[in-house]
Design a protein around this ligand. Structure first.
Ligand code: NI
Ligand code: MN
Length: 226
């Protein structure tokens, strides 16, 4: 599969022949100014929670592509009121889509939509099919709930974890998370976008290396083949 980084927690992924977009906060992000949101292909849009730094471009992408939104019930309902289609999940629930099975898992964070509406409880996604299995954590603290992932889902090939601290776990806790989820290949997100979450890249990689884990920090626009 191919994974492309669009800054903050925004990623594009090709999974099971479909184009997925995760947490599209692209056009307001100065670091992603070279990414043309109008050109992104999407068959599905996955939203971890309702915060603006995860949902900003959702409406424009969904309108243009007619991609359904996969998120929690409250977020999907909010977009449903704007005539955008979606598939609601809630924590612990999974659904077999035409590209993979998607399970909505716990995140320790908060969730509010851009107009102040209640955004339900925030989450992450574990996504698997016969070819690949991965975890997109969304915004979260380190939590013991992560230990449930290897107990309930296929072995992860990689995971996308927030590492920027302040609003989510920092890289030290994320390195512990990589042990909880029993995953050796971690792609960092939710760092460097604004002042509170600027990190030391070398120190972050060292924290993972000390546990025998690999931390990959992608450039905005960079694509990884996995
Ligand atoms: Ni958030
Ligand atoms: Mn965030």
């Amino acid at each position: 599969m191919k994974l492309t980084y669009y800054g903050q927690s925004a990623f594009g992924a090709t999974v099971g022949g479909k184009n997925l977009i995760f947490d599209p906060f692209i056009s307001p992000n100065e670091q992603a100014k070279d990414i043309d949101v109008e050109k992104l292909e999407a068959d599905y849009i996955l939203l971890s929670h309702g915060h603006l730094d995860h949902v900003a471009d959702t409406e424009s992408i969904a309108k243009r592509t007619e991609a359904p939104i996969i998120s929690n019930y409250e977020v999907v309902t909010w977009y449903g009121n704007k005539e955008l289609k979606g598939h609601p999940l809630n924590h612990g629930g999974k659904w077999a889509f035409d590209f993979a099975t998607v399970k909505y898992v716990n995140a320790v964070h908060s969730s509010m939509l851009p107009d102040g509406s209640y955004g339900g409880n925030p989450g992450g996604f574990v996504i698997w099919n016969d070819d690949v299995s991965f975890y997109f954590a969304g915004d979260t603290a380190l939590t013991l709930d992560m230990k449930l992932i290897p107990m309930t889902c296929p072995k992860l090939d990689f995971a996308i974890l927030p590492i920027g601290d302040n609003f989510t776990m920092g890289y030290e806790d994320a390195a512990i998370a990589s042990e909880f989820i029993e995953c050796d290949k971690i792609i960092g997100c939710h760092y460097d976008t604004f002042g509170f979450i600027k990190i030391d890249h070398a120190a972050a990689k060292k924290a993972f290396a000390a546990k025998g884990k690999e931390l990959i920090l992608l450039e905005v626009g960079q694509t990884l083949s996995i």
